[in-house]
Design a protein around this ligand. Structure first.
Ligand code: SF4
Ligand code: SF4
Length: 141
């Protein structure tokens, strides 16, 4: 049977407004791999051990998350500017937002995500092609 194009076959517009909205809120996890931790520690000028001691928690064997503050903000979110202090080396989970599998299951779901992420569907945003979206959607974290 022929595979049908997804509803976003013509691409989707997105440009982060750097509001920090997706870096806080309800308690959750920001998954990080050892490779990502290494890159982030390097960008911050810390050893991996020092970075982990300050910013990382072990959730279960093999699964680590960045810490969060009491108000739910990610520990790497600058409280004043509401921007990520390690944006260049942010983990896959952050880099692939908002093109996550669960956000793309339907147009209705995407529109719902756009209500809390003002970067989605932004008219002046960059048009991400189907290929770009699929690539990000298929990244695992
Ligand atoms: S909620 Fe959207 S616009 Fe705001 S920081 Fe996150 S990705 Fe950017
Ligand atoms: S690592 Fe950066 S982009 Fe990711 S949740 Fe934390 S502050 Fe946001």
């Amino acid at each position: 049977m022929e595979k049908r194009d997804p509803w976003y076959a013509d691409g989707l517009k997105f440009a982060c407004r750097q509001c920090g909205g997706c870096c806080g809120g309800a308690p959750g996890f920001v998954w990080v791999t050892n490779e990502e931790i290494k890159a982030m520690a390097k960008e911050m000028g810390l050893t991996v051990a020092a970075f982990e001691a300050a910013f990382v928690r072990l959730i279960r064997p093999g699964k680590k998350s960045l810490n969060e503050r009491e108000d739910g903000d990610c520990v790497l979110l600058n409280e004043q500017t509401r921007r990520c202090v390690l944006y260049e080396s942010r983990p896959t989970q952050c880099r692939t937002w908002p093109f996550w599998d669960q956000n793309l299951t339907s147009e209705k779901r995407w529109k719902n995500v756009a209500k809390s992420c003002p970067g989605c569907d932004r008219p002046d945003g960059r048009l991400y092609s189907l290929e770009e979206i699929e690539k990000q959607k298929n990244e695992r974290f």
